[in-house]
Design a binder for this molecule. Structure first.
Ligand code: SF4
Length: 289
């Protein structure tokens, strides 16, 4: 099989930093070390972190996660947390280590400034994902989560000052329609697009590569927002089929019937050795007739 390795792909700077911080803290700390949720959305990475002494605390939200920790160190993941979570960790006497990505911190700072200036913020993001949870905690009652068009119809905003921003790992193709709808309802709304450059660049490369291949394999976890967006943009904007796989074992040979050339990319939290194994497997694969 002819394989096009799509670049850029794989680890972004936020993931590299979070892994470096967690490994260091796991190896150097005296007491127990916990990551408050998946450090990054890839189970291979979080399994590896546990080998470095960092225990996973999984819970429906970060506050509930803190309740499961008795002592020691807590690492806030790359997705960021709300100020209330930081305050609670401090009040519990935990040693806090912040592995929030600098791009997520930029969004938190933006929300802080907007709310202090009297704005209400429409935040486009995914319900139940930790990044919106942390971002919304920067303006309780002033930041409104929108995931789909119906959420915009039910918005109740009292301030004249309205701003729109978004989760870092969405795609412009997802957010554009929602932003237009918010603008139709609140024409004065200021738009602050916070999709990070790592996400944007990987998506643009995947859409461009889709022109040259018959299908695209995205290596990444089903819990990874940016990996799922890669599949969507290839299908919607690139016009080619795409499959998300967490590991080599999930590949189905029948996907490749009649396929001459396949593109491979990976999410921002996918270890490169996983992607390399997939590329090597596909290079050896004879496409079924
Ligand atoms: Fe940071 Fe973007 Fe990577 Fe998320 S995908 S960790 S926001 S660089």
């Amino acid at each position: 099989m002819d394989v096009l390795k799509i670049t850029p792909r794989g680890y972004c700077h936020g993931v590299v930093d979070a892994i470096r911080i967690a490994k260091h803290v796991g190896e150097e700390s005296k007491g127990p070390v916990h990551m408050l949720g998946l450090l990054v959305h890839n189970t291979h990475v979080t399994d590896e972190m546990q080998e470095h002494g960092v225990k996973l605390v999984d819970a429906p939200d970060r506050m509930a996660g803190l309740d499961k920790i008795k002592e020691g160190t807590v690492i806030f993941t790359a997705h960021g947390v709300s100020p209330a979570v930081k305050e609670k960790a401090a009040a519990m006497g935990l040693n806090s280590v912040d592995a929030t990505c600098s791009d997520v911190i930029r969004t938190h700072d933006l929300i802080d400034r907007l709310v202090a200036d009297g704005y209400e913020v429409v935040y486009i993001g995914l319900r139940g994902h930790p990044e919106p949870e942390g971002a919304m905690g920067h303006g309780p009652g002033k930041v409104h989560l929108v995931q789909e068009a119906a959420d915009i119809d039910s918005l109740r905003i009292s301030s004249e000052k309205v701003a729109v921003t978004c989760q870092t790992t969405l795609s412009v193709w997802d957010t554009d329609d929602l932003i237009e709808k918010v603008k139709a309802r609140y024409p004065q709304a200021e738009v602050h697009n916070e999709i990070c450059s790592a996400t944007q660049e990987r998506q643009e490369a995947a859409v461009e590569a889709a022109k040259e291949v018959d299908l695209v394999i995205v290596v990444g976890s089903a819990r990874s927002s940016n990996s799922k967006r890669l599949v969507e943009v290839v299908e919607k904007k690139g016009g080619k089929p795409a499959y998300l796989i967490d590991s080599l074992e999930e590949i189905r040979p029948e996907w490749f019937r009649g396929v001459k050339r396949v593109g491979v990319t990976s999410g921002a939290s996918t270890p490169s050795q996983l992607t390399r194994k997939v590329v090597e497997y596909l290079q050896e694969l004879e496409a079924p007739a």
